[in-house]
Design a protein around this ligand. Structure first.
Ligand code: PLP
Length: 394
């Protein structure tokens, strides 16, 4: 009898967004005229910028003309996009060759696929609260997961512990869900730990574009020694509104080797076996993001989300509740008032002021008692939600 991958039986049902949807449905059927203020999910609300749309249209037209038509694209990414991304890093002082940049269909796809590079027996360290896909992808692969809980005393930025040795370390900065951002000094400790122990860091930089503070690292490759211990996974989803368009990129330095194997060469082998590349049209749209005009336009949308984060942070400052994030990050992670659990606070906000956030308990046990707001809502909803929070909680 065929035996399926029994690791799937170890996955916990993902109740978080299902439960949220059920609670909203129940509330809306009882209160059909109620207007809801949605600051829950991390999906963008602004459209793609003009240069991206123009480039997508032109690429569609190319596909209608024999001389400009494109069939299969190179598996690791079109040279024009790999070069544009490498140049983008160079502008920030990080020197990469185009072969170190891999184009993907998004960070989620890549986070799931990249663990193919590691032996089944490797252990993975996941700092919690965490983006749920890190845990689930490794449960599916049957890996040993070491959970490193963090709390408000460290600003949800845990430090390495030499008594806990892991082969693969997930770091997300700016963090989803906490909005916490590693300083150069704190991130350097993880890079040094990884190099000392032969570990590899999977650095999720999906929210790097939200970093304004020049002192904070936007890429792990800004740190000394990162090229011998790190892989960076990035995405245009939140940077440029590509959540529904799908484009990401991954940097694997040629200097990254373990046990006589070169990780960059392994990933080339993986991609050339398991994908036929990302669509020409989407890669053309993505390339427009990296033009001066594209950067100017995506930063206009980012400014709206950053302002939303500032509005929510100002409301929590006024109320006097503990929170982190909201600066250099699109998430605000707050302590629930009056000792409420995450779900009690969710119900309270929905019933009293029709504001929707995400219960922190959904991101790991240490998220209990905390609550996440997303800055990706509309400016109007965010301002109204912030006023309602002040009136309810002050
Ligand atoms: N990594 C983090 C931390 C995220 O929050 C998300 C999406 O919310 C992703 C990765 C996935 O991004 P993508 O849309 O590129 O798959």
């Amino acid at each position: 009898m065929l035996i399926p991958n029994m690791n799937y039986a170890k996955l916990k049902d993902s109740y978080l967004f299902y439960n949220i949807a059920q609670k909203i449905k129940a509330y809306s059927s009882k209160n059909p005229n109620a207007r809801l203020y949605r600051l829950g999910v991390g999906d963008v609300t602004l459209p793609l910028c003009e240069v991206v749309i123009k480039s997508l249209h032109e690429a569609v037209d190319d596909q209608a003309v024999k001389e400009r038509f494109h069939g299969y694209m190179p598996e690791c990414g079109a040279p024009f996009l790999r070069q544009a991304i490498a140049r983008h890093y160079a502008q920030r002082g990080i020197s990469l060759s185009e072969e170190e940049v891999f184009v993907s269909s998004g960070a989620s796809d890549e986070l799931g696929d990249i663990i193919d590079l590691f032996d089944r027996d490797t252990s993975v360290l996941i700092m919690e609260p965490a983006y749920p896909a890190y845990v689930d992808a490794n449960i599916m692969a049957g890996r040993k997961i070491i959970r490193l809980a963090s709390d408000s005393s460290s600003g949800f930025l845990p430090e390495p512990d030499d008594n806990i040795i892991a082969d693969v370390i997930y770091i997300c900065s700016p963090n989803n869900p906490t909005g916490a951002v590693f300083t150069r000094e704190k991130l350097q400790k993880w890079v040094d730990y990884a190099n000392n122990n032969g570990s590899i860091i999977l650095f999720d930089a999906a929210y790097e574009a939200f970093i304004e503070d020049k002192e904070l690292p936007r890429s792990i490759f800004e740190l000394d020694g990162a090229d011998t211990c790190s892989i960076e996974i990035c995405s245009l989803s939140k940077t440029a509104g590509f959540t529904g368009t799908r484009l990401g990129y991954t940097v694997i330095p040629k200097a990254l080797e373990r046990n006589g194997m070169n990780l960059n060469a392994m990933w080339v082998r993986n991609r050339t076996t398991k994908t036929n590349g990302v669509s020409y049209i989407i890669q053309k749209g993505a390339a427009a993001v990296f033009t001066p005009e594209g950067q100017e336009q995506v930063h206009r949308s980012l400014a709206v989300y950053k302002n939303n984060a500032a509005v929510l942070s100002a409301a929590l400052d006024k109320i006097g509740l503990w929170y982190c994030g909201g600066k250099n990050a699109p998430y605000i992670w707050m302590k629930c008032p009056h000792g409420m659990t995450s779900w009690e606070f969710f119900d309270y906000l929905l019933n009293e002021i029709q504001v929707i956030g995400t219960p922190g308990a959904g991101f790991g046990e240490c998220g209990e008692g905390f609550f996440r707001f997303s800055a990706f809502g509309t400016a109007d909803d965010t301002t109204e939600a912030a006023n309602r929070l002040i009136n309810l909680l002050k």
